[in-house]
Write a protein that binds this ligand. Structure first.
Ligand code: G6P
Length: 611
């Protein structure tokens, strides 16, 4: 949440920072702002998107070779010009941007109010900034020293970037709990919440760790810990191409990412799955194979769409590996003192690898002796680094706020882990495993088949785009898909949607059914099929509008439905990899029909780095 960008070097900072902010807008878009050092500090900020900031600065002095910029997802204080970052300290000598939450800001604010400080915004950021300013002025110390002292008093999560009136080409950065990447160029440095703002300039990056502080000048990068010890920056080479973070001819990132799925699922399986040899190679997981096989239970910890991947994996793991699986919302798990025994296996699922709740949940579990496996998309992210081992999903950068290709890649990885453990434990007949491996290999082609003609889904979207509510129903492996379909629709179109187990709907949601309510069934041919058909009858008898995702050629389901979206025939265990795709498209096209900004849905952020 909140995107931060910084630049110091020989180029004009404004265009570099603004372009970077546009790349990070998926993190929040309530307001945007920039501070430039040009003889003195110049701060420009505006409520709204980065484009509004660009308009705001027309005719103003935007020169300067050092700058920091921010795109905000509001926490403390409504979205407004005055709450936008950067903030200027009371002395006017420091400008700061911040991603995270300073939990004890009120206590610090009271101390500062007593000392006569006044505040122009409602933010926790301005409090921390003035707290630093006050320490600096009072102790006559350097900014670096003041930051170090201040951060020892701070609780919460932060990445802060500061520029100082008296240090024209220097940016000071510090991190705890929120992501920060430094790009290393020749005579220039870049900073970002992720690597996307710097990709076209450099592939060499340093991921800053918690409790580290960086002093960055065009030719110098000094990394220290809060104890003032100098650290050696670990420079890594990025393996992402610029094209991966551009729209590539699609109207929206979400659509591009939906259409990338045949490739991303293929990439995720490549080098790991060899169906001919009945072989799965997952080196990270194999290191802990013995522990996983002996585990009494596996706990999946995640948020949002990743939680839905975890829920699907519960069905898969229990079937394949006969291990008890629990699926936890990270935000609940971290606070409710869960019973964790040494040797319990936790699988943390996260696209960004930075979700604050998931991160803290696994930190806590790790401290209690659990084995942490990460199923993460962003290479080098915090969750990936804190996990004992894991498997990357290799879906490439996901920029659309609503997660699509990350979900299918997570399912592909989790299925491979489950099948690998089943092989090792001998909990599933070899022929069944072999059939599933072959099926998995065919998934990219089958997803491609679904995507080859989307006009039917587009027409369905137009037909129901004015509905006020939607109900999504599914059973077994397709129940989590119903939840995910409903989530996608809510996120993108702002239509109220609920996902439910198809049979459970009789215990409540059926009361909502009338001739206005579209009910989306995920009803592929599987062991629950007859039961789901009965559930469809029940909705139809009450005049609900039945829309269904069905297997090709399933005339029974087709005849019961007002509208259908077909998917190729597939083993039920892997069906979610297919059935979710029409639901992603349905949400997308309904969002478009309602004129919604599908890549930047209101109030949402892609990377939730505050709890
Ligand atoms: C946010 C995003 C979702 C995502 C969830 C978990 O809510 O908008 O798309 O599923 O966070 O994020 P993660 O990066 O941990 O998968």
């Amino acid at each position: 949440m909140c995107g931060i960008v910084g630049y110091t070097g020989y180029r004009d900072a404004f265009p570099v920072v603004v372009k970077g902010l546009k790349r990070l807008e998926y993190r929040g878009y309530d307001s945007a702002g920039i501070a430039l050092h040009n003889q003195s500090l110049h701060v420009y900020k505006k409520m709204g998107k980065v484009a509004d900031l660009e308009e705001h600065v027309v005719g103003k002095n935007i020169s300067g070779k050092t700058g920091i910029g921010h795109t905000r997802w509001a926490t403390h204080g409504e979205p407004s010009d005055r709450n936008a970052h950067p903030h200027l300290s009371a002395s006017g000598k420091l400008a700061m941007i911040h991603n995270g939450i300073i939990e004890n800001y009120n206590q610090l604010k009271q101390e500062l109010l007593q000392k006569g400080y006044q505040f122009k915004s409602d933010t926790d950021t301005e409090v921390l900034l003035n707290f630093i300013d006050e320490i600096k002025e009072n102790n006559h110390c350097s900014l670096e020293e003041a930051v170090r002292i201040a951060l020892k008093r701070v609780t919460g999560a932060y990445v802060i970037l500061l520029v100082e009136q008296d240090a024209p080409d220097t940016i000071l950065a510090a991190r705890k709990g929120s992501p920060l990447v430094i790009g290393v160029g020749k005579g220039e440095h870049f900073l970002g919440s992720d690597a996307s703002p710097m990709l076209e300039y450099t592939k060499e990056v340093v991921y800053v760790n918690d409790y580290e502080l960086a002093i960055i000048r065009p030719d110098e990068l000094i990394l220290k810990n809060l104890g003032n010890e100098v650290l050696t920056p670990y420079v890594q080479k990025l393996d992402i191409e610029l094209a991966a973070i551009e729209k590539g001819g699609y109207d929206h990132f979400m659509l591009k990412e939906i259409f990338e799925q045949p490739q991303t699922i293929y990439d995720c399986l490549r080098g790991r799955l060899d169906a001919h040899k009945n072989k799965i190679t997952l080196s990270g997981i194999e290191q802990y194979a013995k522990e996983i096989c002996n585990a009494n239970r596996i706990i999946m910890v995640a948020c949002g769409t990743s939680w839905h991947a975890g829920l699907t994996a519960e069905y898969i793991f229990e079937e394949c590996c006969r291990i008890n699986v629990e699926v936890e919302y990270a935000s609940e798990f971290r606070y409710r003192n869960p019973v964790i025994h040494p040797g319990d296996v936790i699988i943390a699922i996260s696209q960004s690898g930075e979700t604050a709740d998931t991160l803290v949940a696994i930190e806590n579990a790790k401290a209690k002796g659990a084995i942490i496996l990460g199923v993460v998309n962003v290479v080098g992210s915090s969750i990936a680094r804190i996990s004992h081992a894991g498997a990357y999903t290799h879906a490439g950068p996901e920029i659309g706020v609503a997660s699509t290709k990350a979900f299918t890649a997570q399912l592909a990885v989790l299925s491979m882990i489950a099948l690998k453990i089943a092989q090792l434990k001998g909990t599933m007949p070899a022929e069944r495993i072999s059939a599933l491996l072959s099926e998995l290999e065919e998934i990219p082609g089958k997803v491609q088949q679904i995507l080859s003609d989307t006009t039917g889904i587009e027409s369905i979207a137009k037909k129901y785009a004015t509905a006020r509510d939607f109900l999504y129903l599914g059973r077994g492996y397709n129940f989590p898909v119903a939840l995910e379909g409903a989530l996608k629709l809510k996120e993108i179109s702002y239509i109220h949607a609920e996902g439910y187990p198809a049979a459970e709907m009789k215990h409540g949601p059926i009361a909502l059914v009338d001739d206005q309510l579209p009910v989306v069934f995920v009803a592929t041919r599987d062991s629950y099929h007859e039961k789901v058909i009965s559930n469809m009858q029940e909705i139809k008898a009450r005049k609900g509008k039945v829309i269904a995702v069905v297997s090709e050629g399933d005339e029974t389901a087709i005849n019961l439905s007002e509208s259908v979206m077909t998917v190729p025939v597939c083993d039920e265990m892997l069906a979610p990899l297919l059935t979710v795709v029409p639901l992603q498209l349905l949400a997308y096209y309904i969002g478009i029909a309602r004129d919604c900004d599908v890549d930047k849905p209101r109030n949402l952020a892609k990377s939730v780095t505050v709890e």
